[in-house]
Ligand binder design. Structure first.
Ligand code: NAD
Length: 365
């Protein structure tokens, strides 16, 4: 679930525009061309605005570490490895994921409009962030999409159902469905109980995690996010027991094997960075049948489902659809600013100093 409480009293509050300007400035200092710095900022700041702080500007220190170590080359251009009508294979050449995924999604949208469908195999990208960002691009073009993502390059964080240590990563899944002029259905989640970045945020804030999310290095249940920063490391469990495990493996195999980007295993996990591969199918619904009739049926379903009387236990005024919480948070944060925990703010400042920026304090409200 997106964070229910939006901020902590100690948080630094930064306005959306300033956070964007800070991010562009920082990556330009690191050596990014303006377009690359802007695509990174667009993505990270929108993740914060959407309430997914785990995938927002808190990623900057790690991205800069990867740039400094040479793991992520800046201004790298993705290359097309196969362009065969509805089949598209793109190699990110390990460059900034926000550039490779943006360009690959744009190409997939063009081909889906041309052929009715595009099967996109995107491989070998540095972190591509919040997958809903790519689903939203497809939905904005009037297309349906489904995305399966795996992660290689680092130690496995997530344990298989029935196992006691990490064997794969948080492998996100996304499904986007446009609704004409209404806001799209955007289902976008990690197949682990929580995204790894949410454990980092809890660790930074010194708060415990809920039950049934983490196990320690011996496979015992724990609420301590510190187990994911210990050596030997603990693991996150998958959501939905065997079902989430199965879905995580669908992501692993589709994104890791079909793209030729690699699955996470000995031989692909011994670096310090993380590489994303994404297998996506982008479909023009109007090529499968009457577009208006399809959109009308989607509305009939959503109206029926969301008319369910709200449960007292969840504390919502009404039943929501996927994508609603992120849109509500965007409205809230546009008005009230983006909260950044103190540790993350300090780390961003240190990342800025590493690339020669003269402090980031001028960007806070
Ligand atoms: P989450 O648990 O917050 O779930 C988000 C999804 O659930 C969204 O589609 C949201 O609209 C929907 N949702 C939330 N509350 C709802 C409600 N009350 N009613 C109806 N729908 C609701 O997400 P997460 O698992 O923490 O993932 C966070 C982000 O991390 C995602 O954007 C994901 O793509 C990203 N991620 C990326 C990577 C990577 O390697 N690039 C890895 C893991 C996760």
């Amino acid at each position: 679930m997106a964070e229910k409480s939006d901020r902590h009293p100690d948080d630094i509050i930064v306005a959306e525009k300033k956070l964007h300007a800070l991010t562009v400035d920082l990556f330009k200092h690191a050596g990014s061309e303006t377009r690359e710095a802007t695509l990174i900022a667009d993505h990270l700041v929108l993740a914060n605005m959407s309430g997914h702080d785990s995938h927002g500007v808190g990623m900057i220190p790690r991205y800069i570490m990867n740039v400094k170590s040479g793991f992520t080359p800046l201004n790298q251009k993705p290359t097309v490895a196969l362009d065969a009508g509805a089949l598209l294979v793109v190699d990110g050449n390990r460059g900034i994921g926000q550039v490779a995924a943006f360009e690959a999604t744009q190409m997939a949208i063009e081909r889906a409009k041309q052929h009715g469908v595009c099967v996109l195999a995107l491989r070998n990208c540095s972190h591509i962030g919040r997958i809903g960002h790519w689903g939203e691009m497809c939905a904005a073009a009037g297309l349906v999409s489904t995305h399966y993502v795996n992660v290689i390059g680092h130690h496995p964080f997530v344990a298989p159902y029935g196992g006691s240590d990490g064997r794969f990563s948080t492998n996100p899944y996304c499904c986007s469905i446009p609704r004409g002029d209404k806001p799209p259905f955007i289902l976008d989640f990690a197949t682990s109980r929580v995204a790894q970045g949410k454990v980092r945020v809890a660790h930074n804030r010194g708060v415990k995690m809920g039950d049934g999310i983490l196990i320690d290095r011996d496979g015992n249940p724990t609420n301590d996010p510190g187990v994911m920063f210990a050596n030997p490391i603990g693991a996150i469990l998958t959501f939905g027991e065997h079902k989430g495990y199965g879905m995580a493996m669908a992501c692993e195999l589709l994104a890791g094997a079909l793209t030729s980007g690699g699955t996470l295993r000995p031989g692909t996990m011994e670096t310090d960075g993380s590489i994303n591969n994404m297998f996506a199918i982008v479909i023009d619904p109007g090529r499968l049948g009457d577009r208006n009739a399809i959109l009308a049926e989607i509305e009939r379903s959503l109206a029926w489902v969301t008319a369910s009387k709200p449960s007292k236990d969840i504390g919502q005024e009404k039943v929501l659809i996927a994508g609603d919480p992120e849109r509500a948070m965007r409205v809230h944060r546009a008005k009230n600013g983006v909260p950044i925990d103190k540790t993350t703010w300090r780390d961003i400042g240190e990342a800025g100093a590493k690339v020669g920026m003269n402090g980031v304090e001028g960007y806070r409200d």
